[in-house]
Design a protein. Sequence first.
Length: 161
Amino acid sequence: MNAVPNTPMKALTLRLQDELFAVEAGSVREILDLVPITEVPNASPFVNGLINVRGRVVPLADLRVMFGMDRPEPDQDTRIVVMEVEVDGEAAVAGILADKVHDVTDIEAASIEEAPKVGMRWRPEFIRGIGKRDGGFIIIPDLGRIMQCQISPEQQGGAPS
């Protein structure tokens, strides 16, 4: 997960519904208040909009769709995390909707475990790991794999059996 083993992961924590997620802080370009979203006709519900970020067209992804969560209306805490994500070996910029952005924190490498293959409500291949902090769990999604799955529809089949 980290380039140097046993070093903490510097992570931006964010909330999707009642779950705490963490993304690599070094991949985050900026955090925006909700901005106007241009919907794309016939697009997948996961990436169905585009936003303007400093004159650049950026796709907007909703991880709640990939994780089978409800999608409540945005509120005063809703943010867009603009990130650089590696897809097919190339850097791509995308916005990720977050119900709330918390803080940047260190997640100790020793506290990060592989996602269990059973008992998860999400596809395990979409989870890089699960960290532990303050007695709770932090889900670390594999954003590159999630984005790749959306780009390559033949990979969208159900979870492996």
